[in-house]
Design a protein around this ligand. Structure first.
Ligand code: ADP
Ligand code: MG
Length: 641
C-alpha cells in the first residue's frame, strides 16, 4: 500500500515536470490529486492563484479517459484550452458562442477522438446534443470550477449549475472534483450536497497571505489617504471603485496630482480595455483605477497595493480583489477606505437593489418590450442586450435592474449572460422564396448565401449565431472576405447582420408571459434578500473591526478554525506599537508559513518578513542549524519535511 502511493506520487510529480516544468506541488495540491485518483468525491477550497487547475488536469493526464470541466466564463475557458493545447494536450471548449454544427463535430471528437479535456458552459449540460453523446464518452473525472455557483448561499449563484447533479446520474462511478476559492463553511456543505457527494470530503488550502498587510482607514478624505499610499508604497497598484463614473473621476484626480493612472471598466471597448491593461501590466501606467470588471484572469505578480475606495459587495469579493497584491511574495498592502457615512450608503444601496415584486414584474415587461418580444413568443431566443441603454431609456437604476434580472433568472424566466464575447449573428430579412427570386447578381454573394443556408437552420425566423471562420472553411474564402460579403448582403438588405461583439446577451428561458402569470416564489425572493444582507453585514463587520487581526478575520470567514494573527495588519501593528506581546507575530512561525507556500530566495524572504534583513538572515541560519529548513541547489530556501 505504502509503495503504491509512493509510485503514484512519483508518477504525478513526473507529469508536473513534463507538462508544466514545475519542481514540486504546493502543499494541498498533492493531497487533492491523490484524493481524486482514489476515486473520492472531493471539494477543494484554495485561494485564487492557488493552483486549482492542476488538481484536475494532473489526475486526468495520469489516467485513461476524458475529463469534463464545467466552468462559467467563456473567456477563461478559452484561455485554459489554449494553454493546454500549447502543452500538446487535446482540449476543447463548448459554449453558446459556437454553431450547432461545430458543437456536434466537437462532441463527436469527444466520443471517438482522443480528447482529454472538454470544457463546458453549464447551460450546455441540458442540450440534447450533449446528453445523447455523453453516455458514449469515456469519462474519468468531472471537474466543477467555481463550484460556489451551485449554492444559493454563495455570492454568485447560477441556476444552471444545479443541472450538474443530473449529469452525475448519467455518469455513475465517475468522481467529481469541485473547486472554489470562496466558500464559507455553509456554502461548502451546500456544494457537497448539491453535487451529491457520496461522502463529504473537503480539502482546504491556506488562506493566510503572510506577505499581505491588510488595513482599514476611516477618513473624511479618501483622496488624501489614497495619494499617501500611492506615494509611499510605490510600484504598481489597483484602486477599486464601485462605478464607472467613479473610476473616471478618481483617475482624473490622480492625473491632476501628477500620477500616471489609467481607468478600466465594462463600458470601454474591447480594444481600449486591452490597451489599458497592457499599459498597466508593463508598468507604463502604474496605477489602475477600476471597477470589479478588472482582474479576472490577469496574472501580474508584482502588484504592491490594492486600495478599495469603496466597499465590495461581499467579503469573498474583497478577499479576491485584495489578494491580487503580492503574488510574488513581496511585502504588499491591502487598504480599505471607509467614510463615516459609508454604512448608510451601503444600506441605501441594498434597499435600491431590492425592488418590490411589482417592480420586478414591471421590469420584466419593459425588457420584453425593449427587445420587441411579443406575448407568447421568444422561448429560447437570445438577444443582445445593452443594460445601460435600457436603464437610461427607462430611467431605472442599473442595480435595481440587475437585481430584478437575478430574481427573474432564478425563477426560470430570463437570463442575462454577461459574456465578453458574442458570436456574430444573422437573420435573413427576406423569405426563402424571395431569396430565390432575387437573383443575387454576383457569384461570390450567391455562393455565400448557399453556404449560409446549408450551415444554419432557422436563419429566416430568428437571429442565429454564426461562425465566420466556419463559413470561411466551408466556402473556401478567407474570413476577411466572408465578413466583407456579409456586410455587402447587409447593405443590399438581404440579411441583418450583427458582427461578433462583446455586449451581454439576454436569453428568454420561457416565452413572454402576461405579467399576471408571472410567478415569483416569495420564498426565493426573501432568501435572496436575506443572504445579500448577510453578505453586506460581513463586509461592514470587517470594516468596523478594531480588535482582532484582519487576516485571521478573513481566514475564519473561509472556515479556518484557529487562524494565527498575521502580525502585519494595521491592528496587529498597532498592538505591537502599544508594546503588547503577540504570539501571532512570532517570526519563526511567520517564516515557516511563508515557506509553506513553496521554496523562496532569501531576497524574497527578506522582503516579505516584517524584520530587518539581518535579523531575517540570523533567523534563517538558526532554522537551518536546527534542520527545519534547507537551501536547495538554486539557492532557494525550503522547509524540510
Ligand atoms: P487558481 O485556479 O487556483 O486561481 P491557477 O490554476 O490558475 O489558479 O494557477 C495559478 C498559477 O499558479 C498558474 O500560473 C500556475 O501555472 C501556477 N502554479 C500552479 N501550481 C504550481 C506549482 N505547483 N508550482 C508552481 N506554479 C504553480
Ligand atoms: Mg481557476
Amino acid at each position: 500500500m505504502e509503495s503504491a502511493e509512493q509510485a503514484t506520487r512519483q508518477r504525478i510529480a513526473a507529469l508536473l515536470r513534463r507538462y508544466w516544468g514545475f519542481d514540486s506541488f504546493r502543499p494541498v495540491q498533492e493531497r487533492i490529486i491523490l484524493s481524486v485518483m482514489q476515486g473520492r468525491d472531493t471539494l477543494a477550497l484554495l485561494p485564487t492563484g492557488g493552483g486549482k487547475s492542476l488538481t484536475y488536469q494532473i489526475p486526468a493526464l495520469a489516467g485513461e479517459g476524458l475529463c469534463i470541466v464545467v466552468t462559467p466564463l467563456v473567456a477563461l475557458m478559452k484561455d485554459q484550452v489554449d494553454r493546454l493545447r500549447r502543452q500538446g494536450i487535446r482540449a476543447l471548449a463548448i459554449h453558446s458562442g459556437l454553431s450547432a454544427r461545430q458543437i456536434d463535430i466537437d462532441l463527436d471528437n469527444c466520443v471517438y477522438g482522443d480528447v482529454k479535456f472538454l470544457y463546458l458552459a453549464p447551460e450546455r449540460l441540458v442540450s440534447e446534443a450533449f446528453r445523447l453523446r455523453v453516455r458514449r464518452m469515456r469519462i474519468a473525472l468531472l471537474a466543477v470550477d467555481e463550484a460556489h455557483c451551485i449554492s444559493q448561499w454563495g455570492y454568485d449563484f447560477r441556476p444552471s449549475y444545479l443541472r450538474i447533479a443530473e449529469l452525475r446520474e448519467l455518469l455513475p462511478g465517475v468522481p467529481v472534483l469541485a473547486l472554489t476559492a470562496s466558500a464559507t463553511p455553509r456554502v461548502a456543505e451546500d456544494i457537497m450536497e448539491k453535487l451529491r457527494f457520496s461522502a463529504p470530503h473537503l480539502l482546504r488550502g491556506d488562506f493566510m497571505r503572510p506577505n499581505l498587510s491588510y488595513s482599514v482607514r476611516r477618513t473624511d478624505d479618501k483622496n488624501e489617504q489614497l495619494l499617501r499610499v500611492i506615494r509611499n508604497v510605490g510600484g504598481s497598484g489597483i484602486v477599486y471603485v464601485r462605478t464607472r463614473e467613479g473610476a473616471e473621476q478618481v483617475a482624473a484626480m490622480l492625473h491632476d496630482e501628477g500620477i500616471a493612472a489609467g481607468y478600466y471598466h465594462g463600458g470601454l471597448s474591447h480594444a481600449e480595455r486591452v490597451a489599458r491593461q497592457d499599459d498597466w501590466i508593463s508598468g507604463r501606467t502604474p496605477v489602475m483605477v477600476a471597477t470589479n470588471a478588472f482582474g479576472m484572469g490577469i496574472d501580474k505578480a508584482d502588484v504592491r497595493y490594492v486600495v478599495h475606495y469603496t466597499m465590495s459587495d461581499s467579503l469573498e469579493s474583497y478577499y479576491q480583489e485584495a489578494g491580487r497584491a503580492g503574488r510574488d511574495g513581496g511585502r504588499s498592502y491591502a487598504l480599505l477606505l471607509v467614510a463615516p457615512d459609508d454604512r448608510e450608503r451601503v444600506a441605501r444601496r441594498f434597499e435600491a437593489e431590492y425592488p418590490p415584486l411589482d417592480r420586478v414584474r414591471s421590469i420584466y415587461e419593459k425588457i420584453c418590450s425593449f427587445l420587441q418580444i411579443a406575448l407568447g413568443d421568444g422561448a429560447g431566443s437570445c438577444h443582445p442586450f445593452n443594460l445601460r441603454e435600457f436603464c437610461s431609456r427607462e430611467h431605472l437604476y442599473d442595480g435595481t435592474v440587475r437585481s430584478a434580472l437575478k430574481i427573474l433568472s432564478q425563477n426560470g424566466y430570463m437570463t442575462l449572460i454577461e459574456e465578453s464575447v458574442n458570436p456574430a449573428r444573422l437573420l435573413f430579412c427576406i423569405s426563402r422564396d424571395d431569396l430565390y427570386r432575387l437573383r443575387v447578381v454576383r457569384d461570390d454573394l450567391d455562393h455565400i448565401v448557399r453556404v449560409l443556408l446549408r450551415l444554419y437552420e432557422g436563419v429566416f425566423t430568428d437571429f442565429r449565431p454564426i461562425d465566420e471562420e466556419e463559413i470561411a472553411r466551408w466556402s473556401g474564402y478567407t474570413t476577411d472576405k466572408v465578413r466583407e460579403l456579409l456586410k455587402r448582403l447587409w447593405q443590399l438588405r438581404v440579411i441583418r447582420y450583427i458582427p461578433a461583439n462583446r455586449s451581454p446577451l439576454l436569453c428568454m428561458d420561457e416565452e413572454r408571459l402576461p405579467v399576471a402569470d408571472l410567478y415569483i416564489s416569495p420564498e426565493s425572493y426573501r432568501l435572496r434578500r436575506e443572504r445579500t444582507r448577510e453578505r453586506f453585514e460581513r463586509m461592514l463587520a470587517y470594516a468596523a473591526e478594531e480588535e482582532g487581526c484582519r487576516s485571521a478575520f478573513l481566514a475564519r470567514h473561509f472556515g479556518e478554525e484557529n487562524p494565527p494573527d498575521c502580525g502585519i495588519c494595521d491592528i496587529c501593528l498597532a498592538r505591537k506599537r502599544q508594546g503588547g506581546t503577540d504570539p501571532g507575530t512570532d517570526p519563526e512561525r511567520l517564516l515557516l508559513r511563508l515557506l509553506a507556500g513553496g521554496a523562496l530566495e532569501p531576497r524574497q524572504i527578506a522582503a516579505a518578513m516584517p524584520l530587518a534583513p539581518e535579523k531575517t538572515a540570523a533567523l534563517l541560519d538558526r532554522l537551518r542549524d536546527e534542520g527545519k529548513i534547507s537551501v536547495g541547489k538554486e539557492g532557494k530556501v525550503a522547509i524540510n519535511r
